[in-house]
Design a protein. Structure first.
Length: 719
């Protein structure tokens, strides 16, 4: 046997050696996908079936292309030149530079990044007199790029497809945007594949040249292809039919980026006579992890079907090796439970780099970040910023700083035009010059300029409104507390409306982050105390060690693996994501289930799934029930525990065997401690007072000396 084939199992060898005709390799998580793809490439070269320039190998990321190139060199014992190996965009750009003239471009065209695209679109909108406030450019650009992902140029877009976007004028705007790109001799990323697909369709002689050149096509992550990528590949493969696509329909989780799981599901229909080879031997995870993941994903109807099993025979699992499911009283205890296990495993000699916390949404990382900081455990946030570094959180903190300290010039400068209030560079310069001359804070300077009539027009109106609102919010802060004040501020300032108007894919997550910011406030007695805490968190020294816990979303975790994986927030209303279900129905539910499958299969040794009986929504606690996905995993593969766990009969009216536990039994409530309306209480800062009203965990207290305030019940004791 050839050396490069010796380390392959029978299914992997079949995927490597089946060289003629269309092949779909269904590669489950941890089954050696990259090894198969790279070895197949090497096999084509070593057997003389193709030279390096006769194989087109397509990946989704530069990292994957680089890894394949390095592995190929290792297998062959030398670097290989003349390869057509790269991402969809890189290969399409390489082709387009040869034939750019066919779409009205020069060969040295510029490829615009996302910022340049938006800036150009704004210019076109101004020329077309389309109101950027009414129709945010990111919203319109998102739709234009979706059309490009489907291979639909301006001529293919109808008024019905655009609806009322840009007042029904989006098709015309799209056309003007494309014309402006060509005038600049530029293309955006969406153009690269759209143009090349158009060129190949309308130039059969040119397509024939590529058919003669590329004898074999190799495609990685086929489940993530969008429509135009699919069309481009079909055109290139229609003569030889020697296309090998490697992918996993159970890991298709990027529909929001245009990925079409149907592309992989209909492979046999698209390529009659296709050979489907299933890689089901997993060399990463334990038997219980694989069994739990397979049982869960089997509930999806839209899949080709495969069952993961250990790569080698495994003994019957002990209870401690099963997937742990922890039922906890509340989200605070969830963060503590994760921190405790990380500490314990670290003390036993395990690496922090082999531990990961995978969340459904970015806002969930805050509680775990704070817990890890408290414990002194280094961590990294993969694929995003740390919670308090995110732009919307920094904006909210700047507003909070202004409530506490009106003379905070840095905070004032950050938010004076967020959301837009018409304060441009000229107005800001005038403010700074006057502030320096008078040696007064910017807020006082702004008030003085307004009184003198020196700050006029839209900028004057915007600043006047901001100063008036700041005074009102400070009154709310004194009267109703910091949680209510910041909720009012974010709503009444127009900040949340600004994010709601933003239709980019990131906007819903930014709104969720603001909700989590409000939840964080409720853990502190005062706004000043919260800001002190944030300052200490932000100043926390960045640990230079590479041994860190990884925090990330489930989407960001695809392709990664760790010894120990925590999956928190497995509750209805968190995971599956309710917004996804509202917008996509059954199809969206199946993608959420695939996301759960991805999460479980990231782990080699241990999976800990956590869910809480209560989560705080703003300042109040909301009851939660376990995610439906937990019902879909057989009990034989689970080890249940946690403070709220009780192996009992299912709750009446629930789906299947839901763990029964009392939903209201978190920390003792005020009522349980004898604190009711009329009770005398003591507060560490405000002293003695009388409870005049109570709702959920919030008390309205008339203090003897500090006046009436709203306080969370856990911050007071019976007098």
């Amino acid at each position: 046997m050839a050396e490069h084939l010796a380390r392959l199992n029978p299914e992997q060898r079949m995927a490597v050696e089946t060289l003629e005709g269309p092949v779909l390799v269904l590669a489950g998580a941890g089954t050696g996908k990259t090894r198969v793809l790279t070895t197949r490439f090497a096999h084509l070269l070593l057997t003389g079936r193709a030279s390096p320039g006769q194989i087109l190998a397509v990946t989704f990321t530069n990292k994957a292309a680089r890894e394949m190139r390095e592995r190929l060199a290792a297998l062959l014992g030398r670097p290989v030149e003349g390869l057509w190996l790269g991402t969809f965009h890189a290969l399409a750009a390489r082709m387009l530079r040869r034939y750019a003239g066919l779409v009205g471009l020069d060969a040295n065209f510029t490829i615009l990044d996302a910022d340049d695209q938006l800036r150009l679109l704004k210019q076109v909108m101004e020329a077309e007199r389309i109101d950027a406030k009414r129709w945010p450019p990111p919203l319109l650009m998102g739709q234009i790029q979706r059309w490009k992902d489907r291979g639909e140029g301006p001529r293919a877009v109808t008024a019905a497809m655009a609806g009322d976007l840009a007042g029904g004028r989006l098709p015309a705007l799209y056309s003007a945007y494309q014309a402006r790109l060509k005038a600049l001799n530029a293309a955006d990323f969406g153009d690269l594949l759209m143009y090349m697909t158009e060129i190949l369709r309308h130039n059969p002689d040119l397509l024939g040249q590529y058919h003669r050149q590329f004898r074999y096509l190799l495609v990685d992550e086929y489940q993530d292809t969008n429509v135009v990528q699919y069309l481009w590949l079909r055109l290139l493969a229609q003569a030889q039919h020697n296309i090998c696509c490697v992918g996993d329909d159970d890991q298709s989780i990027y529909s929001w980026r245009g990925a079409e799981v149907e592309n992989i599901l209909r492979f046999e229909k698209d390529f009659p006579g296709a050979k489907v080879i299933r890689l089901e031997r997993n060399y990463r995870s334990t038997a219980p992890i694989l069994a739990a993941a397979s049982a869960l994903i089997a509930h999806n109807a839209g899949r080709l079907g495969k069952t993961l099993r250990p790569g080698s025979e495994a003994r019957a699992p002990e209870a401690s090796e099963r997937v742990a499911v922890l039922s906890l009283w509340d989200s605070e205890e969830e963060a503590r439970a994760v921190g405790e296990r990380i500490e314990a495993w670290r003390r036993s000699g395990e690496s922090l780099a082999e531990m990961a916390v995978l969340v459904r949404a970015g806002f969930q990382t805050r509680a775990f970040e704070e817990r890890l900081i408290t414990l002194g455990i280094p961590y990294r946030v993969i694929g995003g910023l740390r919670f308090y570094e995110r732009a919307e959180i920094r904006d909210a903190i700047a507003y909070a700083r202004l409530l506490v300290q009106p003379g905070d010039d840095l905070a004032f400068e950050r938010i004076i035009n967020v959301p837009r209030r018409g304060v441009g560079a000229v107005a800001l310069r005038a403010l700074h010059e006057r502030a320096r001359a008078a040696d007064t804070p910017l807020t006082a300077t702004a008030a003085a300029l307004l009184a003198e009539g020196a700050l006029r027009g839209r900028a004057g109106e915007g600043v006047r409104g901001l100063l008036a609102h700041l005074a009102i919010w400070r009154e709310t802060l004194a009267r109703e507390g910091h949680v209510m004040a910041m909720r009012a501020l974010l709503d009444e300032s127009g900040y949340t409306d600004m994010l709601r108007a933003d239709k980019s894919p990131e906007a819903p997550g930014r709104l969720e982050n603001l909700k989590e910011f409000i939840r964080a406030l409720a853990d502190f007695e005062t706004l000043a105390g919260f800001l002190d805490h944030v300052a200490l968190v932000m100043e926390n020294e960045e640990n230079t060690t590479s041994d860190k816990v990884s925090l990330m979303t489930l989407h960001a975790a695809k392709g990664l693996e760790f010894d120990n994986v925590f999956l928190p927030g497995w509750e209805e209303g968190v995971f599956p994501n309710p917004r996804a279900l509202e917008e996509g129905g059954i199809k969206a539910l199946e993608e959420e289930r695939r996301l759960a499958y991805v999460g479980i299969t990231r782990a080699r040794k241990r999976v800990v799934i956590l869910h809480a009986a209560q989560r705080r929504i703003y300042a109040n606690w909301q009851d939660s029930i376990p995610s439906r996905f937990l019902d879909e995993i057989p009990e034989e593969w689970l080890a249940r525990g946690g403070s709220a766990s009780r192996q009992a009969r299912p709750l009446p009216g629930t789906r299947g065997a839901v763990t029964a536990f009392p939903l209201h039994a978190r920390a003792p409530t005020a009522k349980a401690r004898g604190i009711v309306v009329g009770s005398r209480i003591f507060h560490q800062n405000f002293g003695h007072g009388t409870v005049v009203a109570a709702e959920d965990d919030r008390l309205e207290i008339a203090f003897d000396e500090a006046g009436t305030k709203h306080i969370l019940d856990r911050f007071v004791e019976p007098a």
